[in-house]
Design a protein around this ligand. Structure first.
Ligand code: NAD
Length: 256
């Protein structure tokens, strides 16, 4: 199995450093011959992302803060100019204020709720809206979610509610875009120690629980997520849309 993505132009959003899930996804995609474009959130992470992107020959870099419509417009125009056609979009972006990821969900502020939903859920819609017209040969869009979308998990709070909105958005986008041969799916990953996970209180005890209870008795590896994303970007998954695929060692199937 090689070069499954040869000639495919894929946009990867959400690399912050070499621990980012988006970075593992990029490596799986590059290994199958995809042409990658990375976005970075702001100047603070630009240098780090550039150094990583430089290790993948032929890849390029564009700025995009997903809270700013004008930046997404500019990104779409730049992609149109560079490739004409886009085949894939990897959305691996989320944010909530640290204070919302501790204590009780009932204490969530109006601002905190809106911000978490804007960056973690609406951004998928905002980016898809501008990128799907470039998917003139059909395409695959994927995003990253977590079990906290379906279960009330300690400290995950407003991020869980935003992930529920994200998963519902996956289904609505899939229903809209299927007529153009564009598929939209999510991967629900088990907990992984990344920059975003640092904001979640008691993350170590969450990892320990997974090691004890998941059928595979191990925590999730970013490369496992990367390979599933590669499957979703490839023609191998051509019959799948509107779906959330779990890459969590089976943790979500287990009762108490
Ligand atoms: P990460 O911190 O490496 O990635 C999060 C990314 O979001 C960063 O690259 C950051 O720059 C980007 N981002 C935040 N606000 C942005 C904005 N306004 N504009 C553009 N980009 C912005 O952490 P990660 O764990 O790789 O997270 C990637 C995705 O995976 C997130 O959606 C996260 O919720 C999801 N996820 C993570 C885990 C886990 O345990 N780490 C589990 C399941 C799902």
């Amino acid at each position: 199995m090689s070069q499954l993505l040869k000639g495919k132009n894929i946009l990867v959003m959400g690399v912050a450093n070499d621990r980012s899930i988006a970075w593992a996804i990029a490596q799986s995609l590059a290994a199958q011959g995809a042409n990658l474009v990375f976005t970075f959130e702001n100047e603070r992470v630009e240098e780090r992302v550039r150094k990583l992107a430089d290790t993948i020959p032929g890849s390029s870099l564009m700025p995009c803060n997903v809270t700013v419509d004008a930046e997404i417009d500019t990104l779409a125009s730049a992609l149109k100019e560079k490739f004409g056609v886009v085949h894939g979009l990897v959305h691996s972006i989320a944010f909530a204020k640290t204070e919302e990821l501790d204590g009780l969900f009932v204490d969530t502020s109006r601002d905190g709720f809106a911000l978490a939903h804007d960056i973690s859920a609406y951004s998928l819609v905002a980016v898809s809206k501008r990128i799907y017209p470039l998917m003139t040969e059909g395409g695959s869009i994927m995003t990253m979610t977590y079990l906290g979308a379906e279960r009330a998990m300690k400290n995950y709070n407003v991020m869980g509610v935003a992930k529920a909105a994200l998963e519902a958005s996956v289904r609505y986008l899939a229903a809209d875009l299927g007529q153009y041969g564009i598929r939209v799916n999510g991967i629900s990953a088990g907990p992984i120690r990344t920059l975003a996970a640092k904001g979640i209180k008691d993350f170590n005890s969450i990892l320990r629980q997974v090691e004890e209870k998941a059928p595979l008795r191990k925590t999730t590896d970013t490369a496992e997520v990367g390979d599933t994303a590669m499957f979703l970007m490839s023609n191998l998954s051509r019959g799948i849309t509107g779906e959330v695929i779990y890459v969590d060692g089976g943790y979500h199937i287990v009762g108490i």
